[in-house]
Ligand binder design. Sequence first.
Ligand code: HEM
Length: 254
Amino acid sequence: MGSNGRRVRDAGWYRSLLHPGKVYRDSEVYRSVVRHPKPDTPRGRAMTSFQNFFLHIYPVKVPREIIRTRTTFRLGFIAAVLYGILFISGTYLMFFYRPTVPDAYFDMHTLSTSVAFGQFVRNVHRWSAHLMVVIVILHLLRVFYSGAYRPPRQFNWVIGVVLLVLTLLMSFTGYLLPWDQLAYWAITVGTGGTEVGSAALLRFYVLHIYFIPALITVILSIHIWRVRKDGFAVSDRRSEPETEPVKEVADAEA
Ligand code: HEM
């Protein structure tokens, strides 16, 4: 190709016509958003994990036994996903609910009968809440029976207990909000109070939609950050020697 041809090939308009993707990926705006090289080499993959906000919570390399289902049964992960579903479905419900004695019950009624997807979202919210309590308890049992609470993970165990208490509190405070007979009498018995009125309804609402979720969001972030820093308990076992000499046998042989 002569110098004329080279000039045409190097021209911006010609390149953008033939390789629109490449021109876009080379642009300053794209490079300011995506800073890592292509993840097609070990270095590219490592850089992708370090630079990406969502991926950086994962280690770059993961031992095979950690991703086996039976290691964790994905229970912590499932609990976190349920929390996400509760957050989104709860936000939808908030658009149609007023936490006052004359309105609460009728708002829930209107939501179930006249709002698009109202009954569906309400059911998703309620069932996810029940399921989250069960899954968090199963997650605790999994951690306990696999000995994952042992050093250096005692701190994360304590954080986990706080998360369990907060999950139960979410369930408890949410129970009152429909303001029907079941809600009213369950909370009257549960709180040991003689009168559950508008003040209780408002306080339970604020706790349910703001205070406890804010605490869970912060504490859950610390929980997952600690899992990342401590590594999974199962990976400790890999670094332990296969067999250890039993002291008595070693003494007897001496
Ligand atoms: C809102 C509730 C909770 C959420 C969303 C949650 C989330 C997670 C996630 C995503 C993991 C990574 C491993 C896995 O998926 O199983 C994990 C690990 C862990 N969790 Fe939880 N968790 C919660 C409650 C608890 C409770 C109640 C305890 C115990 C009292 C606990 C103690 C631990 C410990 C010690 C680990 C590390 C396990 C290991 O290294 O094998 N967590 N959690």
